[in-house]
Design a protein around this ligand. Structure first.
Ligand code: GTP
Length: 387
């Protein structure tokens, strides 16, 4: 899952690490040449060692004028090189560089990140992350990394990883709520309507949701509001049979709102906790079909409307989510076929673009292949926390 994006995020980490190492090396190289006479990075280091841990050695160095380095060390020890005057700091940057060489820390500047950030942006866009979401991620990463005095070498990788983690979490956690708590607290029956275009896995997701709810102690009835498509009753009927659930259907061409209404009545009469209503795989541009959804809204006033699309559809899924939300106001999304998606762009973008959370991922064709969307787990996967 999301392997290609994972690899690209890994490359960004490596790029910044490399940039950091180059910068560190540069600064170490530059420090002696820019140093006022008699002060070198090495001298500063020796001085630090001498003053902190080994005073007698410093003394013996003073007593040995032939050793040039040691002589410099004693000068540096008298006037600590790692505490330059403000003037020196401003005019030459020498102080900062000396500090970098002596402490293993330096400031990451905006220009240092220009190239890696550009590459990251390209990687996100190639992975189908929506433009505004990619920009948000870049801004946050840059904000986290630039201007702080950072330790380079080994820790650069983890600093970059933390910055990426924060940025990704921020964009994908949008609107998250506790689905199970919402189900537990709702008056029964709870009505959930599933919407989205044809063939993305809506019907399969309803069956998976029924299983998911059963595992948590909730009964459910299925309702086929897809009265538009020939064969829809049979398709959902197979799932109902396999799961041993009651299914409410009407004739093809019937009123979808009436089917869902009947299912609510059935649930009320039989103490069923949740009504799971399928709808025709409609295009958001088809006004007649969108009107049907609005009618379902009026007639049964669902507790939740979930938008279903496939993660593998990338940008298309993101745009559809946005348009469906504008047309019918969704409460959250389910992204199916995440198991087959190496890009992860939809998973990263949909919540930020709609302002509504991704609640579940479909991760296979089996009934138990519905996974609660946990932002921390998803980001962890993207950053290689688990294989
Ligand atoms: N790999 C994988 N396949 C899935 C997943 N979810 C659904 N599918 C498959 O996708 C295909 C389409 O799923 P359906 O549930 O029939 O799609 P639908 O949106 O109901 O389609 P319509 O009824 O035509 O609107 C089926 O072959 C499913 O088994 C998933 O999470 N992973």
């Amino acid at each position: 899952m999301f392997d290609s994006l994972k690899e690209k995020l890994g490359s960004f980490r490596d790029d910044v690490e490399e940039t950091a190492e180059e910068k560190a090396a540069e600064e170490e190289e530059e420090a002696p040449t820019e140093a006022p006479e008699g002060e070198t990075a090495e001298a500063a280091t020796v001085a630090e060692r001498s003053t902190e841990h080994d005073a007698p050695a410093a003394e013996s160095a003073v007593a040995e004028p032939a050793a040039e380095d040691a002589d410099e060390a004693s000068t540096a020890a008298d006037e600590p090189a790692d505490e330059p005057t403000e003037e020196e700091e401003k005019s030459t940057g020498f102080g900062a560089k000396m500090k970098a060489a002596a402490t293993g820390k330096f400031v990451i500047e905006e220009e240092d990140l220009e190239e890696p950030l550009w590459d990251l942006k390209m990687a996100l866009l190639e992975s189908d992350v929506e433009m505004s979401v990619a920009e948000e991620i870049l801004d946050r990463v840059e904000e986290e990394l630039v201007g702080e005095r950072r330790k380079f070498t080994e820790s650069t990788g983890s600093i970059v990883e933390d910055a990426l983690r924060e940025a990704l979490l921020e964009v994908i956690s949008v609107g998250q709520f506790d689905f199970e708590e919402r189900v537990a607290d709702a008056d029964k029956p709870l009505v959930i309507i599933f919407t989205g275009v044809n063939g993305v896995g809506k019907t399969t997701s309803i069956a998976k949701m029924s299983q998911y709810l059963e595992e948590r102690g909730y009964s459910s009835v299925l309702a086929n509001g897809d009265t538009y498509r020939a064969g829809a009753n049979e398709q959902i009927g197979e799932h109902a049979e396999a799961l041993d659930r009651k299914l409410i259907t009407h004739q093809q061409g019937g009123d979808p709102a009436a089917v869902i209404y009947d299912a609510v009545e059935y649930a009320e009469a039989n103490d069923v906790d949740v009504v799971l209503g399928d709808t025709a795989g409609r295009l958001h541009t088809n006004e007649g079909l969108m009107d049907q959804l609005e009618k379902i809204g009026r007639v049964v006033d669902p507790d939740m409307t979930l938008f279903v699309d496939e993660a593998v559809a990338g940008q298309d899924a993101v745009q559809r989510a946005k348009q469906f939300d504008e047309a019918v106001t969704i409460d959250g999304s389910i992204l199916t076929k995440a198991d087959a998606d190496s890009n992860g762009g939809a998973a990263i973008s949909v919540a930020h673009v709609t302002g509504k959370p991704i609640l579940f991922l479909g991760v296979g064709q089996g009934y138990d292949h519905l996974e609660r969307f946990d932002p921390e787990v998803v980001v962890g996967r993207l950053l290689g926390d688990e294989s």
